[in-house]
Design a protein around this ligand. Structure first.
Ligand code: APR
Length: 228
């Protein structure tokens, strides 16, 4: 089976009703990154940071995978598929994708503030500020904040090196190191971008499908089924 790597961003989940970051009415229009998505913010104002992620977790519980997620999962019938997502939602997994690498963490998980290896599934949408890990430290969202290391990036780079086809869906490619992944694809890999907007990054000889995730994946599935 040919190897496909799918790189997704917030636009993948937009049709499920989850806000992106940099579109009009996106999350960063209502919050300053420095106030809610950095370790310093967590130190300075854990109530605000915790509320930000509780709000997003609540929205996630009220959403469901869209057609685009389901078609990405359907690719596994015909290809060896790895999903590398910047998203912290679990909509790819809910849609049936079996190999998902979360570069920026997972919204439904929390972790110890002193031992990053102590990771727990959160029961329900609300992390109650003050709940502690088994070592007695404050539980925090299991999210990679700006300025923190991206533990999965090495594995993601390795996966990119094996790709015969790369599909990029719904990301502005504005945040590194995730945005650099596209440069690790083999020179002979076919690269497709599904996004209503033109990419800011110069992506050379890629095929841009200027549509939303669901419609774009419907178009691409037709093309991919001819090369199975
Ligand atoms: N279908 C496909 N793409 C869409 C759709 C849609 N329905 N709606 C919007 N988009 C596209 C936008 O055109 C944009 O290119 O999704 C992209 C969203 O970009 P961002 O909001 O910047 O989200 P993302 O690229 O995932 O951000 C990367 O930045 O703030 C950090 O950690 C955060 O993981 C996030 C990272």
């Amino acid at each position: 089976m040919k190897k496909i790597v799918v790189i997704t961003g917030a636009g993948m989940s937009a049709e499920s009703g989850l806000k992106t970051f940099r579109d009009h009415d996106g999350l960063w229009e209502n919050y300053r990154v420095e106030e809610v998505a950095t370790p310093e913010a967590w130190e300075a104002n854990p109530e605000l940071v915790n509320r930000f992620y509780n709000e997003r977790r609540k929205a996630l519980y009220e959403s469901s995978p869209n057609k685009g997620h389901k078609l990405v999962a359907e690719l596994e019938k015909y290809f060896d598929v790895e999903v590398i997502t910047q998203n912290i939602d679990d909509l790819h997994e809910q849609a049936g994708s079996s190999k998902v690498c979360h570069l920026h963490g997972e919204l439904k998980k929390v972790r110890s503030s002193i031992d990053p290896n102590l990771i727990y599934d959160l029961d329900g949408w609300e992390l109650k500020l003050g709940d502690k890990c088994e070592k007695g430290s404050l539980l925090r969202p299991h999210i990679v904040w700006f300025g923190e290391a991206v533990p999965e990036i090495e594995r993601a780079i390795m996966l990119m090196g094996e790709a015969e086809i790369v599909i990029i869906i719904g990301t502005s490619l504005a945040v590194y190191p995730a945005a650099s992944l596209v440069h690790y694809a083999p020179s002979n890999a076919s690269i497709f971008l599904i996004d209503p907007k033109e990419p800011k990054m110069n992506l050379g000889g890629i095929t841009h499908i200027a549509k939303g995730a669901s419609e774009g994946m419907e178009d691409l599935m037709k093309k991919l089924k001819t090369i199975i």
